[in-house]
Design a binder for this molecule. Structure first.
Ligand code: G6P
Ligand code: MG
Length: 215
């Protein structure tokens, strides 16, 4: 029986894919580095600096650590501007609000487990900043997914053992992280074909609270 559900943020609660893509595209174009949507797919669930390293595979010259920091900041400043001007509650993904309300009604604790350092900004922007019992994100971890740290901290903050927690993820690295942390996984979106998941769904409107908690 599941007592807590830990949600990844980007691609599970809210769609930020396009805004991340535009941010990285802006940085890559500024530097003359080739970048496309296929490469962007590889950045799902991956931390900001690791994302930069993936994009840098196409760079034609080496960059120092300081230059990389500056490029990550360039992307993030552009991305934050997009979050402030383009992101709204309308970007909450299908079924999410109903599932959150259903879990609360069933007495199940809910948390966020996201690699993003922009988590507080995003939650505020979509009106969910007071919804979760715990928010564990890129600001409180030292190891990114596929390391389970972000989910283990979320479970601890909910006061629950990992074994009674279900993680909802859209990224391969996130599914790996949840299983490494001894948690159950519901894989959605681009992870919905992942055979390792305990449950799969195209999106959150295709799953019931009963299916989630009776695992
Ligand atoms: C999530 C997204 C990734 C992003 C990461 C870090 O995991 O899926 O695409 O790179 O968060 O986001 P941040 O907002 O800290 O740059
Ligand atoms: Mg995600």
């Amino acid at each position: 029986m599941i007592k807590g559900v830990i949600f990844d943020l980007d691609g599970v609660i809210v769609s930020t894919d396009e805004l991340h893509y535009q941010g990285w595209k802006y940085m890559a174009d500024t530097e003359g580095i080739y970048f496309d949507r296929e490469i962007n797919e590889r950045l799902r669930g991956v931390s900001r600096m690791e994302s930069l390293e993936i994009i840098m595979e196409k760079a034609e010259k080496p960059y120092t650590a300081e230059q990389k920091e500056a490029l990550a900041t360039l992307k993030n400043d552009f991305y934050k501007e997009l979050l402030a001007t383009k992101l709204s509650p309308a970007d909450i993904l299908p079924g999410v609000n109903d599932v959150l309300a259903g879990l609360k009604a069933a007495g199940v604790k809910i948390a966020i487990g996201s690699s993003s350092k922009n988590t507080p900004t995003i939650l505020k922007q979509i009106g969910l900043d007071k919804t979760f019992d715990a928010v564990s994100d890129g600001n409180n971890i030292t190891n990114s997914k596929p390391d389970p740290e972000v989910f283990l901290i979320a479970a601890e903050w909910l006061g629950l053992q990992p074994e009674v927690c279900l993680v909802v993820e859209d990224a391969e690295a996130g599914v790996t992280a949840a299983l490494a942390g001894n948690m159950k996984v519901l894989a959605v979106g681009s992870a919905a074909t992942d055979k390792r998941a305990n449950l799969v769904a195209a999106d959150m409107s295709m799953i019931t609270v009963e299916q989630m908690i009776n695992l």
